[in-house]
Write a protein that binds this ligand. Sequence first.
Ligand SMILES: CC(C)(COP(=O)(O)OP(=O)(O)OC[C@H]1O[C@@H](n2cnc3c(N)ncnc32)[C@H](O)[C@@H]1OP(=O)(O)O)[C@@H](O)C(=O)NCCC(=O)NCCS
Length: 296
Amino acid sequence: MWINCVQRLSPHAAYGGHKQSGIAVDHTLERLLEYANIRTIVNRLRDRPLMNSVANWMHAPDSLLRLPEGTVHIWRAPLDVPAASLVRLIALLNSEESLRADRFVQERDRHHFIVCRAVLRLLLGRYLERSSSTVHLQTQQFGKTVLAVDLGIPLHFNLSHSHGLAIYAFCFGHELGVDLEWLRPEIATEEIANRFFSIRERQELASLPRSARVEGFFNAWTRKESYVKAHGKGLQIPLDSFDVTLAPDQPVILRSFDSDRWRIYSFTPAENFTAALTVGAGEWKLDFYEAESFLK
Ligand SMILES: CC(C)(COP(=O)(O)OP(=O)(O)OC[C@H]1O[C@@H](n2cnc3c(N)ncnc32)[C@H](O)[C@@H]1OP(=O)(O)O)[C@@H](O)C(=O)NCCC(=O)NCCS
């Protein structure tokens, strides 16, 4: 089924209510600026309409997580948790993850990393029917976190965090990528768009009414990020080597040399956030779950 408009979720709770910038966004920007000299490569571009999603966030089932083929489970988790919960969650990390947590300068960033990784482990443990501490993870060459051991289970996942909120996506049988951003008007400038978006994206952004430009900017940003994360190559993929459409409430279209392999969905995880999922081409059912109960 094709849905021609993105319906925005009315979230029950607002996340990341602090004024301070989210670390994920800040780090992304630093990398963006380092990446100013992106090369232009010529790719075969093909138009392909993609489907947007409508999100209804459900409570986590008590039992085993059943993930049918053709379904993507998307979870959201607030990363600011009470101290008592944090103590319990730290215990789920392995020694390498604990060391990584300790390298954060800011205590808040350390806490966010711990919660984000612990929730990932809890979710993986339930999908794989094993204790979360026995889930072995590894980091690929360009930073993508994946299951380390081939269990014969083609479970794929990806995650993103911004401004005190994390989202996770899981599916069987196909790579995927997710990206989450807190909408910050001061980032959504023409200057940044000119440096990092394709010509076509810049033109589409400029054609939007002013009131729609912040949303349009972050639609493009999250869709592009989710695409490069699905590939697992990060900025090895030149950002101007593919296009996404960005107008709010319009179908998502990816134009890339491999656009027949992928489908992009946009959704709103909470007020003032936007997110995108890139997953294999085909019909996918998206189920949205709250991970908050894991944090108590
Ligand atoms: C690292 C990158 C994957 C995203 O960075 P980010 O937005 O700061 O981080 P997010 O919160 O979205 O995602 C982080 C998670 O993605 C995963 N990840 C890291 N590198 C990845 C990669 N190359 N591919 C897929 N997933 C990756 C990891 O699990 C990571 O979580 P962890 O650090 O807790 O293990 C990469 O795309 C990047 O550096 N982008 C820079 C900015 C950019 O190009 N923006 C384009 C806007 S048009």
